[in-house]
Design a protein around this ligand. Structure first.
Ligand SMILES: C[S@@+](CC[C@H](N)C(=O)[O-])C[C@H]1O[C@@H](n2cnc3c(N)ncnc32)[C@H](O)[C@@H]1O
Length: 159
């Protein structure tokens, strides 16, 4: 059963996405729920024992998934329109560093992103503005007496 917070993050993922990246996935609770819905999921976390545990956990699964131990700022996404990249449960600077690394790598980002930074929101809004991201939707809610933001964003195509 997903927490209210993870339900809200999941609700922001485009139902048409064929591939979802669960970056900074920890136990991969969100990604596992997406596998159950038939999505292909890439799980990424920088802590190897977390990913090793996930690999064991998913061993019997017939779903399409990939588990990667890496700093999420170093991954190669597909950079395609039908992909959603989720970065949740980390600070705003981690979200920004990951976006920055992807922009450096690909220039223009075609993928949709769902961000849920735990702090540094003003910095993130400014970063998104300067880097020409549209905020498609924004959800602000309370769960367990904490306030959360979930931003669905996509970079504007360069003209
Ligand atoms: C609090 S958990 C969030 C889990 C899940 N995303 C959620 O929202 O419930 C934070 C996880 O992010 C991972 N993490 C933090 N910085 C990272 C980075 N730069 N690259 C990959 N994983 C990272 C940590 O190892 C930890 O497992």
């Amino acid at each position: 059963m997903l927490s209210f917070r993870l339900q809200k993050i999941k609700a922001a993922i485009n139902p048409g996405a064929d591939l979802v990246w669960d970056l900074c996935c920890d136990h991969g609770i969100l990604g596992k729920s997406l596998l159950d819905d038939g999505k292909e999921v890439f799980f990424v976390d920088q802590v190897s024992h977390i990913i090793n545990h996930l690999v064991d956990d998913l061993a019997a699964s017939t779903s399409k998934y990939t588990c990667i131990v890496s700093d999420a700022a170093e991954i190669n996404i597909k950079n395609k329109v039908s992909e959603t990249v989720v970065i949740a449960g980390v600070g705003g600077f981690t979200c920004k560093n990951i976006l920055e690394a992807l922009i450096t790598k690909y220039g223009y980002l075609k993928s949709e992103f769902v961000l849920s930074p735990q702090k540094n929101l003003p910095m993130i809004y400014e970063y998104l503005r300067v880097n020409q991201f549209n905020i498609i939707s924004e959800d602000i809610f309370e769960d367990n007496k904490k306030l959360y933001h979930v931003l669905k964003i996509r970079q504007r195509a360069k003209s």
